[in-house]
Ligand binder design. Sequence first.
Ligand code: MTE
Ligand code: HPA
Ligand code: MOS
Length: 758
Amino acid sequence: MTNKIKTRNKDINLDAPFHVSGRTKYVDDIPEHQGTCYAKTYYSRCGNGTIIKLNTKKAEQFPGVIRVLTYKDVPGENQIGGIVADEPLLAEKDVHFYGQPILLIVAKTESIAEKAMELIEIKYKEKEIIVDPKEAYEKGSVLAGSRTFKLGNPNSNFKKCKYVFEGEADSGGQEHLYLETQGAYAIPKDQGGLFIHSSTQGPTAVQRVVAKVLGLNMSQVEINVNRIGGGFGGKEDQASHWAALAAFAAHICKCPVKLILSRHEDLQMTGKRHPYRSYYIIGLDENLKIMAYEATFYQNGGAAADLSPAVLERTLFHATNSYYVPNIKITAHPCKTNIPPNTAFRGFGGPQGKFVIEAAIHHAAKELKTTADKIQKANLFKNGDEFSFGQIVENCEAKKCWDETTKRYKLKQLRKEIDTFNKENKYFKKGIALQPICFGISFTNTPMNNARALVHVYSDGSVGVSTGAVEMGQGVNTKMVQVAAQAFGLELSDIRLEDTNTTRVANTSPTAASATADLNGRALQDACNQILERIIPLVCELLKEKNPKNITFEGGLVKAKRKSMPWQELVQTALLRRINMSAKGHYSTPIIHFDKKKEKGHPFAYHVYGNSIFVVKLDCIRGTYEFESVKIVHDFGSSMNKALDLGQIEGGLVQGMGWMTMEDVVYDKKGMLKSNTLATYKIPDVYFVPKELDVHFLNTKHDNLAILKSKAVGEPPLMYGLGAYFSIINAILAYNPNAKITYNAPITTEKILMALYT
Ligand code: MTE
Ligand code: HPA
Ligand code: MOS
């Protein structure tokens, strides 16, 4: 082991020095093989219709163009749908959204391919398009079956409720805006088959799709992911399309082919967060206890199913957020519309479900002339409560998070200060909102909750690790290195984390559902433990130790009660004794199950809780605002890396705030994305970030299924972002108590101005 960098401080991101010095490599940075060609996708300019004329001759004859490929050239199945087989790789006769891939142009350079695209002659017979999910549902345009979760009996209980309110709450789409756009680089292998660098969260999903469209065995297709420049769910399923197109071109043209989407193409062609239209009825008793809740969700799935049925399910799982409601009926419809197929996005439908109950609570509070936090607090989950899907609440941290927030951040005093400010200021008003969260950890599709890891201990004692996890900025690689270092008692710098590759770790679930470190980390522990078990008898012999329980691995040493020896020496001796110093670990989450027929079960390994307080200052002349502070108490379990986990809270929070306030995905009447540049689609920048952001790590060390008791952190913080919406609404109401409030996110400055003066 020659690497001398000591990395004792565990709260670091091993990638950071490489990111900030520009040395990190993404797909487009990989040195190119000789003879590499470039592919560009020609997409539909019609939102719904039939192709009645298509002439590719001129494009084919353009100098430097190698092939113009259509669906007819696809050697296997022209089909990439994951859950439902309803999405062609390239459109055949019909097109169903503006941006749908129709042709693939392969050329010697990217600019040649771009010029050739202008020579394509195409005509469509246009049909009526649908962009609204409720309209789609009413016309029978759906992607899959509707789902209903029930608990108790809401019908009879609404009658008993002292207060009943009903209304509509809609939330909009959201562009992932990963810094690295979608792309892949496919290279033919010398014995047939393909090696593909893909910017994907799901290497196995890419492998499966490529094999299917090319008519190859999966064993012929090797997917490699070094890392990706952000995914946020957008590359869980949708990276497969671009990898399959690159592979298709490479396979047919017999040369390496690179396909990288420009930002504009990526915005136009790929799916986003699902917009939802939703209707609620909420019933409360005189103590503000929610007695009954009914909601209907119309999910805007776009033109193909993609992951929509799974996202829909999570909307139902999280429809009551952190609150116990004894009588529930919630129904969700996956609606088929003429926009790009929407897909996974941080929270996976959960945020959309939560928005509706928070709107219902806000509505009730407004009518009852109280504040929403009184209702929120009165209904927080506690141990023993039942979720609508039958899981029983255990190790609940909802109240602990709530109490810690209000005490630590002095809610009463804060409220007084805001009231005083609002009395003293006419054109500036402050709004406050509390936002608790509760998020279930596990893929809701139980069989996906498994992982594997491969470990090699080399003769110098250093360790190589491969897992199914994809690094996308969330820091999972650092966490995997920490797990292996801890198991063998080594420094972080003694561990090498390899690229994610389907030939080393196969049949993986995507890096998603916030469960990656839990699943892959446990598989990695299993592999490390197998190696340790094999060498323990040798250690006993060498260190003259009778009781194997006395042996520990620490600081590069193997220690027995009286003696110790360097790890490196032990490894060398073990190899001389012909002990296998490599292992493959496996993990599948215990306990979890779910019965879709009954819509009952125990789908989540555990839940993550938290609470937050938002304070916003609104300029009531301009409709602009500034978040003065966001204060959070978050349930981390026992964080294994506070720097990474804090980064996830900050990033998730601001991304959620952007979704709720400024990120406005707009399609025109033809189904063309209007917000198709970064000038027309605004995301939070550094000025938008709350002036004060305080995150308190609530240590909730329970025996749970999290890796090293460090709870999953990737998605939950996005849902704090809902607080941004409700704090702004409260500031509007402070200025104009009669403002007409509709629950319709994002609440853009235009909408704020309208509400202030109506
Ligand atoms: N953080 C960064 N920096 N980049 C990302 O793309 N994706 C989020 C979250 N945090 C993402 C991120 C999403 S959608 C998920 S599901 C989790 O990370 C996935 O990683 P994990 O399972 O390791 O938490
Ligand atoms: N979360 C995120 N991604 C997923 C899930 C889930 O529950 N199921 C399938 N893909
Ligand atoms: Mo995350 S939406 O599960 O990739």
